[in-house]
Design a protein around this ligand. Structure first.
Ligand SMILES: [Zn+2]
Ligand SMILES: [Zn+2]
Length: 132
């Protein structure tokens, strides 16, 4: 196991690994592309340009199965912003997908709906920026 970098540690804090995520944040760098559709996917990039082209690729095609284009580009050097309304809606949408999707039922052993709701609840109540 190699040591997690500062950016990877920050990504793990913002998007902790859970049963609605196949892998913890992968790659390395300041710029994160985050796909919230179905399973949560976080990919770190060294440059903004790299992150932008990755975002354009998943926006233009799909981030994975069941994609509904809930993707964002996040600069890990900036304070985190969370909108409770949006987090709740996102959590409900992800849970609904996971409840009715056979791929997710298999990949996440049926635990994705609960994990998606737990994640959105935690994001609704914890202050933006978190414990630095
Ligand atoms: Zn997507
Ligand atoms: Zn699914």
């Amino acid at each position: 196991m190699s040591r997690r970098t500062t950016w990877q540690v920050e990504a793990d804090r913002r998007w902790p690994d859970a049963m609605d995520m196949v892998d913890p944040a992968y790659g390395n760098g300041r710029w994160a592309t985050v796909a919230w559709c179905a399973g949560l996917t976080v990919h770190l990039h060294q440059t903004r340009r790299g992150a932008e082209s990755s975002l354009a690729a998943i926006d233009g095609y799909a981030c994975g199965h069941g994609c509904w284009r809930d993707h964002e580009l996040v600069d890990l050097a900036q304070p985190e912003e969370r909108d409770p309304e949006m987090e709740r809606a996102r959590g409900e949408r992800r849970a609904l997908h996971a409840r009715t999707c056979r791929v997710c039922a298999y990949v996440y052993s049926g635990k994705a709906p609960e994990a998606a709701l737990e994640r959105s609840k935690a994001r609704e109540i914890s202050p933006a920026g978190g414990a630095a």
